[in-house]
Design a protein around this ligand. Structure first.
Ligand code: ANZ
Ligand code: ZN
Length: 853
């Protein structure tokens, strides 16, 4: 009999069972090892996309697996619910942002439930709720007291037609997204968090994060951007003052052929007052803000100011230019240009025919032509007077010391990291709890008046910030003198909301920001899972916030996320109709001849590249439809099975169908054979036949391999091993022999447990079918009996530079190449190697693999 598995009923039953038993509600259990597994909470945009499904499935598999390893696992979920799209929707559909957001949350929560994720929903939070942002405001006031928050003038994108501030993503090709007007740069007072106070610590502590991808740490290092150099002052010709620059290469001092200042530099302004063309250029620069990332590639432009600097060693006169590639707020906003040895300076010098001198020669003596191309390496000094012949490093020291002796220079450290500007001139965000009083200045709202709630009755029919033109909201009494005062109408960057939610999850309803004992128990997060797009800002801000919480006594951990995993993207083929429009995969099918056509018209379809699923190219599949068609388990299984989880995976119909088929196969195998195996509780036979031994060996080996693969987050390999196990099970001959019956029960229970984290609904059903009344996730993960598999496997220690970084299990007769491959695939080993080149790998048979770097 071919009993068809009906996911809809089975999956609902399993979820009801967990819900009745409060299976995923957790509390602190001192003495039991805890495990905090967190997936980045979603923005409630409307409905889940496949990227969410992949992210959250990975988190759920880890959580369920760790639970079965006996840990007290917390897996919470919530909503990163403030942000611009809700305001855009409010404008487009005339719905209040809150209403739109809560409706989306409800819909998406239901989808998450359908996918069977084991969340502790009692801990659910939404950042837009007053009982969450109340504590964010409270915390903001504490940071203000500590001097970690301040206000300063800062540049924003200003739409002169709509009379409003624009977020960067609202500026399209330099114009306002709605008005189409050319966007201007305007200075207004804004709030900042002093994250730069922590730059050095945030940089150094990255070294401790062994379970973070090397790539993410590198991105954070670059973002913090520490550099060491010298600040030195060139005297100006015919004036008493000087021009101070920052350089990381004082060794190139003799190669300076011009100076360059930013358009906002005082010298540029002064020159603008004297020369009309300089004024025009400065004005142009002011209106075209350049992102730092574009500095290298953008067209370099500039103009001579007419001022001259005097070279401190040669007394030569050097022209001073205004240039668009000099950043106002980095270093001193001015630089000494060495076109022979710096690419940007070179490009500029060629364009404006400024001299290019070589002062550094290659260490290996090879020919260099700096007229053609800048030579940016360090080397040996040439044409540098008494410094010639020194290495760059020696010259750095000698020249820096000389400048210090002459009182015209000092060694300095610079960071690219800037203070965190968190003011947003928007409605749908956490109000900044500050009050402006004419008498007392800026004062924090009193604790008892928090939260400063957003008003519900706002309108979006006028441009600008609705909080600002609300008739009453901003008019309050000063908390200090009781006089008339006004509220700050800026709201906080939503990155503030997500910088501490992981701590709030430990006690989400507390009448305090966090409860210290709860935080002490749960933090740090053991495994954090999310997209690489958060590699810099979110993770850096969270690391800062943890430190700030520690400083104010609210936490004991500096590093909030002990382990980090960044999953790859979900991709899909793209399709275009005959008329050149993008088509949804659902709108495409095969005609009788097997050709791809647009279903609606029958016209041929062009198949484009495989790209990240995106609404703009319509190459999306809707998780809702997939669950409907294949069930949640198949969707979960498929997103894990296809590729390593840190790589991109291509979604195909065939793949999803394959997952569905496996689910059917396992279901049928167990339902059809459950009566032919030993009853539950049968004692283990004293002897096993060869056939039973063979089965047990496969089963235990699979357990071992799947365990290892899950530990290393290689879910696709785990699944491949389960497929093999299933195939082996299919070949076992059933018999009445007690040992075979016993071994079959053992194997079936094992396979059900192994698939449990990935296909939890089906596994729960099968577990009951096998005669159990326990909840699968509350049972223990199967353990492999090494004696059953010993003869052909050995454990090798893997060392990197002589330090133990992990162990691997390999076949006794495994080839050298394969052993190397397995060893290098270990996450811990990869982390230890980092960017270093591998010099050789030494294998001591049956004992050690030593990676030499
Ligand atoms: C001379 C020189 C010679 C430089 C050379 C580099 C190479 P990092 O390492 O990122 O800190 N610079 C200084 N202030 C700047 C500003 N406001 N905007 C743009 N560039 C600026 O960069 C430091 C280097 O960037 C400095 O060292 C300076 O150029 C430039 F062969 O000085 B250098
Ligand atoms: Zn006052």
């Amino acid at each position: 009999m071919d009993e068809q598995y009906n996911p809809r009923d089975v999956e609902q039953n399993a979820r009801d069972f967990w819900e009745e038993n409060k299976t995923f509600m957790v509390k602190e259990e001192p003495g039991k090892p805890k495990y905090y597994c967190l997936s980045m909470f979603p923005y409630p945009s409307g409905k889940l996309h496949m990227g969410h499904v992949r992210n959250y499935t990975i988190g759920d598999v880890i959580s369920r697996y760790q639970r079965m390893q006996g840990k007290n696992v917390m897996q919470p979920m919530g909503w990163d619910a403030f942000g611009l799209p809700a305001e855009n929707a409010a404008i487009a559909n005339k719905t209040a942002p809150a209403k739109w957001t809560y409706a989306n949350i409800e819909y998406m929560k239901n989808q998450l439930k359908q996918l069977g994720f084991g969340y502790d929903w009692n801990r659910e939070l939404a950042t837009c709720k007053p009982d969450y942002y109340r504590w964010e405001q409270w915390f903001f006031a504490r940071l203000y007291e500590k001097g970690l928050v301040y206000k300063k003038m800062s540049t924003v994108n200003w739409d002169p037609v709509d009379q409003t501030v624009l977020a960067n993503e609202q500026v399209v090709d330099g114009r306002g997204w709605r008005s189409g007007a050319l966007v201007e740069q305007k200075k207004i007072p804004q709030w900042f968090i002093r994250i730069t106070d922590y730059a050095e610590e945030l940089l150094n502590d990255l070294d401790q994060l062994e379970d973070w991808p090397e790539q993410v740490k590198t991105m954070q290092r670059n973002w913090i951007g520490k550099s060491e150099g010298t600040e030195l002052t060139f005297p100006l010709k015919d004036r008493d003052s000087g021009l101070t620059v920052y350089t990381t290469r004082p060794d190139t001092l003799m190669g300076v052929s011009y100076m360059a200042v930013a358009a906002e530099h005082p010298l540029a302004k002064e020159a603008a007052e004297r020369h009309r063309d300089v004024a025009e250029f400065v004005e142009e620069c002011r209106n075209s803000k350049t992102a730092e990332a574009e500095l290298a590639t953008m067209e370099k432009r500039g103009i001579d100011t007419g001022f001259k600097a005097i070279h401190p060693l040669t007394q030569e006169e050097i022209p001073i230019w205004v240039a668009n590639f000099v950043l106002t707020d980095y270093g001193t906003g001015a630089l000494m240009a060495v076109p022979g040895h710096d690419e940007r300076d070179h490009e500029f010098a060629r364009k404006y025919k400024l001299p290019i001198k070589q002062v550094i020669a290659a260490r290996d003596g090879r020919e260099i032509d700096v007229q053609e191309e800048a030579f940016t390496e360090k080397g040996t000094l040439v044409s540098s007077g008494k410094y010639s012949g020194l290495t760059s490093e020696e010259a750095f020291d000698e020249i820096a010391s000389y400048l210090e002796e002459q009182n015209i220079g000092k060694r300095t450290v610079n960071y690219r990291l800037r203070d965190w500007g968190l003011s947003r001139q928007r409605y749908w965000g956490c109000p900044i709890p500050m009050i402006h009083c004419a008498k007392c200045g800026t004062v924090a709202e009193r604790e008892e008046n928090l939260p400063v709630k957003l008003p519900d009755d706002v309108t979006f029919d006028k441009p600008g910030n609705p909080l600002d033109h609300h008739p009453t909201w901003k008019h309050v009494k000063c908390p200090e003198c009781g006089g008339d005062a006004t509220r700050e109408t800026d709201t906080m960057d939503t990155f503030v909301d997500s910088s501490w939610y992981f701590a709030r999850f430990c006690s989400p309803r507390a009448d305090l920001p966090v409860e210290r004992d709860k935080v002490d128990y749960w933090l740090p997060v053991d495994q954090y899972i999310g997209g690489i797009e958060h590699a810099i800002l979110h993770l850096l801000y969270s690391r800062f916030y943890s430190r700030a919480m520690m400083q104010t006594g609210w936490s004991h951990v500096a590093e909030p996320f002990a382990g980090l995993f960044t999953q790859g993207m979900v991709t899909h083929e793209t399709y275009k109709s005959a008329s050149g429009d993008w088509l949804l995969p659902d709108e495409v099918g095969q005609n009788d001849a097997g050709k791809l056509v647009e279903l609606a018209t029958g016209k041929p379809v062009t198949v484009g590249g495989v790209e990240k699923m995106s609404k703009s190219k319509k190459n999306v599949v809707d998780p809702g439809a997939i669950i409907e068609k294949f069930g949640a388990d198949a969707a979960r299984w498929y997103v894990l099975s296809d590729s390593p989880p840190d790589r991109d995976m291509e979604w195909t119909d065939a793949g999803a169908t394959g997952a569905w088929r496996f689910k059917q196969r396992l279901y049928r195998y167990i339902t059809e054979n459950v009566d032919a195996i030993a009853p539950i509780g049968t004692a283990e036979p004293g002897e096993f036949s060869d056939a039973a031994k063979k089965l047990r060996k496969i089963a235990h080996k699979t357990v071992l391999q799947v365990t290892e693969n899950i530990e290393n987050l290689h879910f696709n390999n785990a699944i491949a091993r389960i497929y093999e196990f299933m195939n082996a099970l299919g070949e076992v001959k059933f018999s009445d022999a007690a040992d075979i019956k016993w071994a079959l029960r053992e194997s079936m229970e094992m396979i059900v447990k192994l698939v449990g984290p990935m296909m939890p609904h089906l596994a729960e059903e099968l577990w009951q079918m096998l005669g159990h009344d326990t909840i699968l996730v509350e049972t223990r993960w199967p353990e492999a009996d090494p004696s059953l598999i010993v003869e052909d496997r050995v454990t090798l220690a893997v060392q990197v530079k002589g330090k133990l970084r992990g162990t691997i299990e390999v076949a006794v007769d495994e080839t050298k190449e394969k052993i190397e491959e397995i060893a290098l695939a270990q996450k811990t080993v990869q982390n230890a190697i980092g960017d270093a080149a591998i010099r050789k790998i030494i294998i001591v048979p049956n004992r050690i693999v030593n990676v030499v770097i």
